[in-house]
Design a protein around this ligand. Structure first.
Ligand SMILES: Nc1ncnc2c1ncn2[C@@H]1O[C@H](COP(=O)(O)OP(=O)(O)OP(=O)(O)O)[C@@H](O)[C@H]1O
Ligand SMILES: [Mg+2]
Length: 349
């Protein structure tokens, strides 16, 4: 089974893992609020009563109750493990006090009740999978479009400029020397425009990513960042094999956005970018030593910023894990892990 993505926003849970397992390993896998003590006791009582009634009477209609209680558990933020353990405890307690006359039938009914109760979780899990798949498709589409626009800019516009160069050259020949030097200046401007278009096309979709691979594309990205900002970047790129294209594109976009953020917000003296892999997973970390920020601002819903939310969606669509840490005066770090296991990609060990 693929790992469920865990998204952690600093300030809400300090590290990946704490968000899913609370005290005594309680699994809070649900959506919505978290159960309070009172509502927890109430839910347990209702579950125990409904289960007891079904064990006694075994009516089809009572299974609907199991489903409703499962949904209520989900809505209150209970996890599937918690629900199963609660079910188990109730049966254990009841059967110790009153051993069932027909254990086989009781066991079957208990199983059917539990299956109904957890079906709400199953549906949510599937819905989550569908949403991730849709996101993945959307990102693939966006990347394809980006590639198309980049090539149109790069090749289409470059061709037009080349024709313009020839025409100006022609024109220059028919002009007196003073006019020729004006044309030369104009052609220099054209060269600049061509350079800028080329840079823009590479930014939209770096050809190196397709042709030379992630490491080469990242190196170009980092070099142009340092050239523009003067901020040195320490790189640790270790990629012994090509990764699936959607992973390489995602890692590139993450580093691109993280460096953009460093340029815009961090006032950093230096940055470290690490992209490494193991046979079963890839890792990416971008850390700066800048001013940092209030962690609550990082994924502000309804805020102006889209960059980090975009990163979160991309990682989520690939079933990966993202953690962003930031604090005033202590820089910002983005950490990503994406599993390679279970992907249709020829893995070499
Ligand atoms: N490296 C960083 N250093 C300091 N603050 C940061 C850093 N990265 C992000 N932030 C803070 O987090 C906020 C959200 O970042 P995000 O990338 O989502 O949006 P943005 O950069 O403001 O806008 P956009 O990415 O849409 O152009 C930023 O506005 C900034 O306050
Ligand atoms: Mg940004």
């Amino acid at each position: 089974m693929s790992a469920k993505p865990t998204l952690v926003q600093p300030g809400r849970a300090a590290a990946i893992g704490k968000a899913t397992a609370g005290p005594k390993g309680r699994h809070k896998g649900g959506i919505g609020g978290v159960a309070t003590q009172a509502s927890s006791a109430d839910w347990k009582q209702r579950y125990a009563a409904a289960l007891a009634a079904y064990l006694r009477e075994g009516k089809e209609l009572q299974l609907q109750r199991a489903y409703e209680l499962g949904r209520a558990a989900l809505g209150e933020g209970r996890g599937v493990v918690e629900l199963v353990m609660e079910h188990h405890q109730i049966l254990l307690r009841d059967w110790t006090l009153r051993p069932p006359a027909e254990p086989r039938q009781a066991l079957q009914r208990g199983g059917a009740f539990l299956r109904e109760a957890i079906s709400a979780f199953e549906m949510t899990h599937r819905g989550f999978g569908d949403a991730s798949a849709a996101l993945r498709r959307m990102h693939e589409f966006v990347e394809k479009e980006a590639k198309r626009i980049a090539y149109a800019l790069h090749d289409g516009a470059a061709q037009l400029l080349a024709v313009l160069h020839l025409k100006l050259e022609d024109l220059a020949r028919s002009l007196p020397p003073a006019g020729r030097s004006r044309v030369r200046e104009t052609r220099q401007l054209l060269d600049e425009i061509e350079g800028q278009l080329r840079a823009l096309a590479h930014e939209i979709r770096p050809a190196a990513l397709d042709d030379l691979g992630l490491t080469a594309a990242l190196q170009t990205l980092v070099e142009s960042f340092t050239q523009r900002t003067g901020i040195p970047v320490h790189c640790d790129f270790r990629q012994s094999q090509r990764w699936p294209p959607e992973i390489e594109t995602t890692l590139y976009r993450i580093v691109q956005e993280a460096l953009n953020n460093v340029r815009k917000h961090a006032r950093a003296r230096s940055v470290t970018v690490a992209v490494t892999g193991q046979p079963d997973a890839v890792f990416c970390a971008i850390q700066d030593d800048g001013v940092g920020c209030d962690p609550a601002r990082l994924f502000q819903p309804g805020g102006d910023g889209l960059g980090l939310i975009g990163i979160r969606e991309r990682v989520q669509a690939l079933g990966g894990k993202l953690e962003v840490r930031s604090a005033h005066g202590q820089g910002t770090g983005i950490f990503v892990r994406i599993n390679l296991e279970g992907r249709s990609w020829p893995l070499k060990s």
